[in-house]
Design a binder for this molecule. Sequence first.
Ligand code: KG4
Ligand code: ZN
Length: 331
Amino acid sequence: MLVLGIESSCDETGVALYDTRRGLLAHALHSQIDMHAAYGGVVPELASRDHIRRALPLTQQVLSQADKTLQEIEGIAYTQGPGLAGALLVGTSIAQSLAMALNVPSIGVHHLEGHLLAPMLEEHPPAFPFVALLVSGGHSQLMRVDGIGQYELLGDTLDDAAGEAFDKTAKLLGLGYPGGPAVSQQADLGTAHFQLPRPMLNSPDLNFSFSGLKTAVLTLVKSQPTLDAETIQNIAWEFQESVTEILVHKCLKALKQTKLRRLVVSGGVGANKRLRSRLNEAASKRGISVNYPRLEFCTDNGAMIAFAGAMRLHAMQPAKQDYSFSIRPRW
Ligand code: KG4
Ligand code: ZN
């Protein structure tokens, strides 16, 4: 089954073609980062308008990359939520209109299921069951995954997501948007000098809390006579150590609790180099395998939506054809 996937939940328009027999055929992405950077964060109305401009040219691009025609598409997957309402509406309406015109089934995909399954697009996909750490701008979750659609939530953030903490810390340090890569870059130049808390590191559950860490960064920033380059680098270093230590610790705890020996990491924060090296080190000591999506599939992309949609459409053949649409911004 040849499935077109469209992602438009936030500030990236991603389109991809996934074939259930041959795998990922093509994917294309337009990031709006430069457009929103001037405002220090995503402006929803600008995001929607840009998705409108990009979605069809990107669709044409993936079709020509894969040497396919529109008429060869056998199913369409789109991000139905969670995300920005206007942005979701663009992808959803384009996907449903195309599906109706081509008379093929379509499916709304949960954006997080897309992230969760992104490592399955790699050459050596992890076998089920596994523990998944999903760390993005909006979520920090630990899950037990037994198969496609078989997810058990083990832990969640009580307040801010890990990516959100990176973004807010970046703002406090004057590093702009998007915060994760900027903080990480500064952290690479820093060293151990300050001390920040490790919220909920030793809590008996698998939950996270990152808002107190952000407040601690704010207090630390305010206590500094000047925010020079070295201070910024050292605060970024300590902040990154705190987040990665908490994430690694809770992953190990989840693996212990579930007695599983496979860990899968996905979402934008999964691109963080320090997190990867600490996780790899902790896992190899314990004989645990860790899978990550390639870096470009950690952050938002169309390939993960095409894949998740293809798995679901394929499993429910003959799929119901329903071209009415509703988005689920807070799904
Ligand atoms: O998965 P994603 O692209 O979008 C959401 O679904 O939220 O994740 C974006 C988040 C942002 O908060 C961004 O700052 C963070 O992932 N991020 C990073 C890195 N790259 C992206 N955080 C830490 N280190 C990185 N290298
Ligand atoms: Zn995402």
